[in-house]
Design a protein around this ligand. Structure first.
Ligand SMILES: O=C[C@H](O)[C@H](O)COP(=O)(O)O
Ligand SMILES: C=C(OP(=O)(O)O)C(=O)O
Length: 398
């Protein structure tokens, strides 16, 4: 990564407080052991620098959401809830780049998606994936919000403004937006413009994220864990649907004691994992049975990327087509699909010498043409599922 300082460096005498230096030198088994990591050099036990950030209230005043925007977002949230609950027989589609790193390319993609969303509106409720924060397995670029210049300069003031401005543009373009909530503070800056949220596979067991979801005003999908554990997602849905009391920041940035009402539209997202994919009929039936046993609606969204495609973007069409086949055969538990898709298929490195416009710098994405084909085929499966449902009703009446 350009301009990145080495994460670990060898401490020199004089660069540590005197007591810590003495412990390193003497090999103190407790603190010295924590400080000294022979294979990667010596790192401090802890430490931080603090920079005050603009408050959510100030950012919202700078980029206000007018009544028209607020009404659109509220309507989309209700529509998504309707699809998840089965009141609307369309299928939810969350599609877009793995991460937003280039605002112009993201707008370009959004224009294409908007047209396709209008074309397939009878069958699919298409929501654009606009992820400003990236959870990492270990370390790596953490997204536009935290590091908009992609070079570890971490200009969060710019990141916040670019993220909010882009969200407003997408809503004004008439596209509902989905995002993953990674930092529990980000929702205060952006939440009013987001129609669908996800809690990722790496944070789904976190109490903080489950409580956050219980207070968020949009439907929240809980991913199964990276190991493939479905129980983690089911537990997260139970937790998020429940009211909680917890510490959280408020619009002015102060810490508040919050009482949440519970998120009645929390649901499970099957994303596969180390134990393999989980988009097939057996996995979907198993998930539906687990949800029923827990007293929850047997409804799931399937992520075609991540563990369900082994992060190989060329496998996403196969996953969506398998979902389409299940829908056409009358499987009722699948209410939505997620795809990682951008203008150009595949991925590139964050510091590519000749960056490709519209290609992901995080996970590989399906290119635009393939995305459009996959979604038109999915819409055809939704039409087929309606015919299956009609014939079943006739048979019952006969
Ligand atoms: O969707 C994105 C990635 O899968 C997620 O951020 C984890 O990425 P990493 O394993 O490369 O850190
Ligand atoms: C990180 C993501 O997914 P998961 O949590 O399933 O790995 C993502 O969708 O960007």
């Amino acid at each position: 990564m350009r301009g990145r300082e080495p994460f670990c460096h060898q401490w020199q005498k004089g660069s540590l407080p005197r007591t810590q230096w003495a412990m390193v030198r003497l090999g103190c088994p407790l603190l010295g052991g924590l400080i000294a990591q022979p294979s990667i050099g010596v790192v401090p036990v802890s430490g931080k620098s603090v920079v005050e950030v603009t408050s959510p209230a100030r950012l919202l005043a700078e980029f206000p959401a007018g009544d028209e925007v607020a009404t659109r977002v509220a309507t989309w949230r209700r529509s998504i809830e309707g699809v998840l609950a089965g009141r609307d027989d369309r299928v939810l589609v969350v599609a877009g780049p793995c991460s937003v790193h280039d605002v112009a390319a993201t707008r370009h993609y959004a224009n294409h998606l908007r047209e396709l969303a209008a074309e397939l509106d009878d069958e699919l409720l298409i929501v654009m994936r606009a992820y400003f924060e990236k959870p990492r397995t270990t370390v790596g670029w953490t997204g536009l919000l935290a590091d908009p210049a992609l070079d570890d300069t971490s200009d969060i003031e710019t990141g916040l403004r670019l993220s909010r401005r882009l969200l407003l543009d997408l809503v004004e373009l008439d596209l509902p937006v989905a995002t993953e909530w990674v930092s529990p503070f980000a929702a205060d800056y952006l939440g009013d413009l987001v129609s669908y949220g996800a809690i990722g596979a790496r944070t789904v067991e976190s109490q903080v994220h489950r409580q956050l979801a219980s207070a968020l005003p949009m439907p929240i999908g809980m991913k199964n864990g990276t190991s493939g554990s479905l129980q983690a997602a089911v537990d997260a849905v139970i937790t998020a649907r429940h009211p909680h009391r917890f510490l959280a920041s408020g619009p002015d940035g102060a810490v508040n004691w919050v009482r949440s009402s519970g998120n009645g539209a929390a649901h499970v997202i099957l994303r596969g994992g180390k134990s393999g994919p989980n988009y097939g009929i057996t996995s979907v039936r198993r998930a539906a049975a687990m949800l029923r046993a827990a007293g929850l609606p047997p409804a799931v969204v399937i992520d075609a990327s991540h563990g369900n495609s082994g992060k190989d973007h060329t496998k996403q069409p196969k996953v969506v087509s398998a979902v389409g086949a299940q829908l056409a055969s009358g499987v009722d538990a699948i209410r939505g699909v997620m795809m990682e898709s951008f203008l150009v298929g595949g991925r590139q490195d964050i510091d590519a010498a000749a960056p490709v416009h519209g290609q992901s710098i995080t996970d590989a994405c399906l290119g635009w043409e393939d995305t459009a084909t996959v979604l038109r085929d999915l819409a055809a499966s939704v039409r087929a599922s309606r015919r299956t449902c009609d014939s079943a009703n006739w048979l019952q009446l006969a």
